[in-house]
Design a protein around this ligand. Sequence first.
Ligand SMILES: Nc1ncnc2c1ncn2[C@@H]1O[C@H](COP(=O)(O)OP(=O)(O)OP(=O)(O)O)[C@@H](O)[C@H]1O
Length: 557
Amino acid sequence: FLEEMPASGSRPGLKRLLSNESSAGYCERKTKPATSLASWSLSTESLIGVLPVDPAPENYIRVVRNCIFSVVYPTPFKSRTLLVAVSKNVLEDILDLDLSVSKTNYFIQLVSGEKIVSGSIPLAHRYGGHQFGIWADQLGDGRAHIIGIYTNRYGEKWELQLKGSGKTPYSRNGDGRAVLRSSVREFLASEALHYLGIPTSRALSLVVSDDDVWRDPFYNGNIQKERGAVVLRIAKSWFRIGSLEILAHYGELDLLRKLLNFVIQEHFPAINVKDPNRYLDFFSDVVSGTAHLIASWMSVGFAHGVCNTDNFSLLSITIDYGPFGFMESYDPNFVPNTSDDERRYKIGNQANVGMFNLNKLLQVLNLLLDPNQKQLAAQILVGYPTLYYRRFKELFKAKLGLLGEKENDDYLIAFLLRLMEDTKADFTMTFRELSEITQAQLKEFNIPQEFWALETLSRQELFSDWVTLYLLRLKSNMNDSDSRRRKRMTSVNPRYVLKNWMAESAVRKAEMNDFSEVHLLQQVLQHPFQKQSLSERAGYSSPTPLWAKDLKVSCSS
Ligand SMILES: Nc1ncnc2c1ncn2[C@@H]1O[C@H](COP(=O)(O)OP(=O)(O)OP(=O)(O)O)[C@@H](O)[C@H]1O
């Protein structure tokens, strides 16, 4: 992780925005969540009142120019639908609705795309992007519909989007659908990242239908029948780097300016939209937000899997849960995406790919900058590696319980990661067990039997050297005690992450209409830092079961 970064540069002055705040930060609510949807309203007016819409009203696949959105209604499933899961936290704390609302017919109709809240005009967004490093031209929401924006009791605006809800003008060769398998994964993982404290889109609900959807999961001609599903997901904004790239590519510069001004005005309140340097400030925020986001992925071993520019949010939140994976045994070459033959999106390369994507954003912004601003923007990008590495180090120091700054901290972190790489020790559980073990136990190499990850790590002959250095470093923590260290470390080192085998186990049951493990994982992953008996019994902190040792995740969704 440490060696693959490009050389660092100077750090630009930065105003950090990003507020995908966790609900934990909310003050206690004064009003009760609504028990009916009767007066609950959604609208897309705040988008389409400002940003141009495709003049063609018909829903057919086409090249679209000079607009940001197409008006297009979701296509309801033909068969019956079933509500598989709901996030109570999203429903109550963000959307101000009582859980009882999710039991109503109307709710299921809304979250499956069968009905639209009266007055709200559903939209598909036009965007482009670089996929695997190559310009892909027009992409757009080919199976997603923004069904409205909700303004909650804090005045926050949240965009509600269905994924898997039917064809749009941007569907290209696709069927507009998503399958249950990938929808379970997106539903669980986006919520899991939120509870790990990582900025992300959230998921309100997961609906499955009996509609047939045909997929070739491993692109080997083995086509199988699956079931269509829809996730209702929410974000403050769904705009991506690709949202700007398409406008730059087609020379739609007035529209580019308009969209940028809109994004800044709506989502970057610290930037004055009249300031001639606003695009520089915006770039600076996106650069730091992206650096922080990727560092936080690394801190929990999360590999996004498809870091294309159309999957990189302008708000630096995690979006598009495709063939993502949480790394199990530590390996910087870990690639969750089976179709990424060149390993472009391996976990150890995510920070570099972030730089590539930010450079694509820079190329777009350069069209609107004067020569002096262009120079400054280039310097901002040069500062990205430093920002990334600083955040990475902060997070890994916290994972090791280190306070203050010591000369050898980099070495201590790199040394441990190297030991983990050599032994293939489990990433999540190594850090967790280091959080749970006492210094006295470590000193005596008295590793409790159930600490299987540390046991693996200890097989490396240099383990004892590392422990000696680590214990020495812990001594230099000011005003600390071992119990305080352990408490700190257990609050940042999760015991449970959504490993592929867990998601797969839940998916296999869900395909048989048994949603119990989806619900169990949903519950467990809301408290990833707390030891839970149900989760222990399910083996979620145990070594990967044998059946899942060579599990591969399909990229087709
Ligand atoms: N089955 C499908 N039908 C139509 N379009 C699709 C389908 N699958 C993917 N696409 C489109 O292909 C592009 C890239 O796909 P990708 O899987 O990265 O996106 P996605 O997961 O559908 O969307 P998002 O990034 O919003 O989560 C997007 O424009 C997406 O809308």
